[in-house]
Structure formats: structure tokens, C-alpha cells
Design a protein around this ligand. Structure first.
Ligand code: AMP
Ligand code: TRP
Length: 328
């Protein structure tokens, strides 16, 4: 079975963007692939995290994976820091990467822009991500659009290792949804919806209560027109709301346009809010059950046990090829 790997950082409330761009595909792919889904806590600390919040968020993201439909009997769900080989293989790839290629990463440029002190971890972040993916020889990596560049670097690093030390790593392919790879912010149709945006009105968190969702959508920015039409260049905000509608209601963009012809944005937004609420309701209910049962600790433990044999073998092979004297 081909392999799939992806990860999400426990660095804030997961949003509808994470769900549509990534998690929804995780759930689909587990039926046809051998899957590895990680809570990437080592990545989260590339920006400062409050210890108690990091712990809580790690548990919360893992529980959201399960609540969204990832089945621990089909996929391995684990915390990155529970498998020590990630940090070590990450270091090996850090030594293979060039400053120049890391400096070109747009996520690094965005996150460091205007700051006087920038953590070194933020700079080498993509080499740890490469280690995550290559560790399990993943064939496919389901991510949103913003991770495409990191995946290209992963491919380059894999090829560089293979060329220097002999073929070992699979070159992975990105798996990016056609619609919804970049869900935009509710207050600005040119910025991606992000859990790190200081304005909570800019995103819908997966755990937002129904009334909060209704309020956020009713206040979402639109434009001075009244046609519900998909045109990201000229109507970025309305187009974004249409993508969300399409995903949550399971109908096409054309059907949405037809449904609201001549009605303006009011009716469209009102219905959209109900579709989002209905989509998230079962997820929120399962989330509450999983959290109160405490079962997430067992799921993470089992996940780490399932993958650690593969991870240790990859690390050992890579070290042997690179010339480390292995303990005998
Ligand atoms: P992060 O929240 O940065 O850990 O991202 C986790 C996953 O969600 C990655 O695959 C991202 O590409 C994806 N993602 C994050 N924000 C969005 C968004 N606004 N639209 C689509 N996908 C997203
Ligand atoms: N960098 C990814 C993000 O911010 C998270 C991540 C870490 C990841 N390791 C990964 C994604 C491996 C896919 C595969 O969204």
C-alpha cells in the first residue's frame, strides 16, 4: 500500500482552513493508503509556546484528528516528540541543507518579517519537516497550498541524500486539493485563514460554538456588489465564502450561484453559516466525548509504538550510509 504522511502544529485553535485544506483529505486517504498523521509539537516550538498551552493543544489536535474521522485502527496517529528519531534525522537533514535554500522559504520570510530576533529553529524548520516525511518513505503528502514549497525542498533534500549516499529515500509527491487548498481569512480575501491571526473574527475555529460561527460569518467581509459568483481575482472574499459553502454543503460552485441568483449576499451568508454549523456539529460532539474519556493518551501511545520500529530503522540506515560508527 502506498504511504501517506502529514502533520499539523499544535500552536493554536485548528481552523476550517486546516480541515478543508488538510484533515478532510487525511480521512479520505486512510481508506486506500498506509497513513501516518502527526501532531508536530517540535515544529510548534519554533515560535514561543506557553508550556501548559502546548500540552493542551497537543492533546486537542490529536483529539480533533479522531473526531474528524481518522480511525486509529487504520492510521497511525502520534506526537512527533514521542518518536525521538524525528529530531535526530532532522539534524542530519539540517546539515545537508543550504542557507540559501532555507532563506528562500516564503513561510520563513513571512514569519520573520519585521522581527528583530528570529529563532534559529524557525529557519531550519523545513529540514525537520523533510525528516518527518522521509522517515517513513511517504509517497504522498496531503497539505494545503502553503506547504508546497516545503515539499519541494523535501524532494531536493531526498535527492541530494540519495545522490551522495546511495538510493534510500522515496521522493514524495504533494497532494493538494483543487478547491480549498487555500481558504482565506474572513476579514481579508488576500490572506490565508490562519489560527495565528490575532483577530479571531478572521477565522472559524473547528471548536467555535454555533453562535460564534453565525456571528463571524455574518460579519465576514464581502464587496459592494451583490452577485454570488466565483471570481477569485475580482471577488476574493465572496469566492472564498463560496469555496467554504461548497465544501460544507457538498454542492458545486455553479449550483451555489444558481441558488442565490438575484438575492444578494444576505441569504447566502445566512445559509452558509447553517451549513458550517451542521458540518462541525458532529465533529464537536465527538471531540467532547474523546476529551472526556481520556482515550487520546492511549491512542498516541499506540501510534508511537506502531511507527517507532520504522523510524529507528530509517535513522540507523541513514547514519550508516553517512559514515557514523554504529554501536555494536
Ligand atoms: P498548520 O496549521 O500550519 O500546521 O497547517 C496544517 C495543515 O493545514 C497544512 O497542510 C496547511 O497547508 C493546511 N492549512 C493551513 N491553513 C490553511 C488554509 N487557510 N487553507 C487551506 N489549508 C490550510
Ligand atoms: N509544516 C507543516 C505546517 O505548518 C506541518 C508539518 C510538519 C508537516 N511536518 C510535516 C506537514 C510533514 C506535512 C508533512 O503546516
Amino acid at each position: 500500500m502506498p504511504r501517506v504522511l502529514s502533520g499539523i502544529q499544535p500552536s493554536g485553535q485548528l481552523t476550517l482552513g486546516n480541515y478543508i485544506g488538510a484533515i478532510q483529505n487525511f480521512v479520505k486517504l486512510q481508506e486506500t493508503h498506509e497513513c501516518f498523521f502527526m501532531v508536530v509539537d517540535l515544529h510548534a516550538i519554533t515560535v514561543p509556546q506557553e508550556p501548559a498551552a502546548l500540552r493542551e493543544q497537543t492533546e486537542s489536535v490529536a483529539a480533533l484528528f479522531i473526531a474528524a474521522g481518522i480511525d486509529p485502527a487504520k492510521a497511525s496517529v502520534f506526537a512527533q516528540s514521542h518518536v525521538a528519531a524525528h529530531a535526530e534525522l532532522g539534524w542530519l537533514f539540517t546539515t545537508l541543507a543550504y542557507m540559501g535554500e532555507l532563506e528562500r522559504m516564503t513561510q520563513f520570510k513571512d514569519k520573520s518579517n519585521g522581527k528583530d530576533s528570529v529563532g534559529a529553529g524557525l529557519f531550519v524548520y523545513p529540514t525537520l519537516m523533510a525528516a518527518d516525511i522521509l522517515m517513513y518513505n511517504a509517497d504522498l503528502v496531503p497539505v494545503g497550498d502553503d506547504q508546497k514549497q516545503h515539499l519541494e525542498l523535501t524532494r531536493d533534500l531526498a535527492a541530494r541524500f540519495n545522490q551522495r549516499y546511495g538510493d534510500m529515500f522515496t521522493i514524495p509527491e504533494p497532494y493538494i486539493p483543487k478547491v480549498g487548498a487555500r481558504i482565506m481569512s474572513l476579514d481579508d480575501g488576500t490572506k490565508k485563514m490562519s489560527k495565528s491571526n490575532p483577530n479571531p473574527g478572521s477565522y472559524i475555529a473547528l471548536l467555535d460554538p454555533p453562535d460564534v460561527i453565525r456571528k463571524k460569518i455574518s460579519r465576514a467581509t464581502t464587496d459592494s456588489g451583490r452577485e454570488v459568483q466565483f471570481n477569485p481575482a475580482e471577488k476574493p472574499e465572496v469566492s472564498n465564502l463560496m469555496s467554504i459553502y461548497s465544501h460544507c454543503a457538498g454542492i458545486t460552485l455553479e449550483e451555489i450561484t444558481a441558488r442565490y441568483e438575484g438575492q444578494g449576499y444576505g441569504a447566502f451568508k445566512k445559509d452558509l453559516a447553517e451549513h458550517v454549523v451542521a458540518k462541525l456539529e458532529p465533529l464537536q460532539q465527538r471531540y467532547a466525548e474523546i476529551r472526556s474519556s481520556g482515550e487520546i493518551h492511549q491512542i498516541l501511545k499506540q501510534g508511537a509504538e506502531q511507527v517507532s520500529g520504522i523510524a529507528e530503522k530509517t535513522l540507523r540506515d541513514a547514519k550508516e550510509r553517512m559514515g557514523f560508527l554504529l554501536p555494536r
